[in-house]
Design a protein around this ligand. Sequence first.
Ligand code: UT7
Length: 330
Amino acid sequence: MPTKIRAAITGVHGWLPETKLTNLDLEKMVETSDEWIVSRTGIKERRILKTPNWATSDMAAEAVKGLLEKTGHKPGEIDLLIVATVTADMVFPDTANTVCDKIGAKNAFGFDINAACSGFLYALSTGAQFVQNETYKKVVVVGADMMSSIIDYTDRNTCVIFGDGAAAVLLEPRKDGTGIQDFILRGDGSGRELLHMKAGGSLKPASLETVMAREHYAWQDGKRVFVHAVKGMTGTCEEVMRRNHLTIDDVQWVVPHQANMRIITSVAEHMNCPMEKVMLNIDKYGNTTAATLPLCLWDYESKLKKGDNIILTAFGGGFTWGAVYLKWAY
Ligand code: UT7
């Protein structure tokens, strides 16, 4: 009987804005077509946050409130809350403490992790350390991004891809062998040239010129990012499986970052993974950056069984990438 304490996901909950931005809507905004978007990305629609004065923290707070209600916890029980995001409410302070304030998590401390599309993997692995080493018993990890706040809706290279959303998981200690088993996190800062926001940071503070030059939006060299994404996700998935003596037959689910359907199928092909084992919701939500992985877990929650071997993988700005291997706990 295993006795090692592991951090297990004991609940997941998501929140999405109601407003849908369909491919047909985008056809009226930029030179594109439903056919191009579906065949090149797999995306049919995405959600856009329109509620006045709402931001990333509000989506995150809704996801966490739902998570607490569902798992029967009070806000005061949370010890630590981590938000993975690239669209913090403000440059400072962090969004996590704002979320704690909005949900009344008075005993928690929080911080943000900015690892772009890999943010949830980084935050999950970080949060798990506090549980595994018995520092804390209730850690909430949120992936939340309001991408519509940094997307240029005149740029067809990016505006068809991204959407808004948030989802949260609760991490608690488990001694039954379930929980996070292993993870591989990687980074390569030289990739910053290919995927970034040009202005608004200390390198190039906001000015009239940066606004006029439309430099406060997400920018990427999609084709080159694509190649790195397939290589990075496949490589870390294979490595984490190899060192845990898993074949693809031992894995019940692969949860890939939802950036592009062609990236997902390519990673699955490299891993010899049948698509029935691959979680997908890119058609409904597009790329919600840090929220894609927990939103997938939320969408597929009813299909998951205790003990299922699950591999989560992502690639994003930084560059950042990695894979997490966990055994589902309920
Ligand atoms: O999540 C963070 C990490 N990011 C990623 O993983 C994204 C990785 N990259 C991608 O998903 C893809 O590269 C994109 C979806 C961004 C672009 O797809 P692509 O097949 O690589 O297209 P492309 O950039 O090579 O463009 C091919 C053509 C170009 O036209 P020309 O130069 O061949 O005449 C583009 O201008 O498609 C054109 N194009 C579009 N056409 C219609 C680009 N965007 C659009 C569009 N609608 N929305």
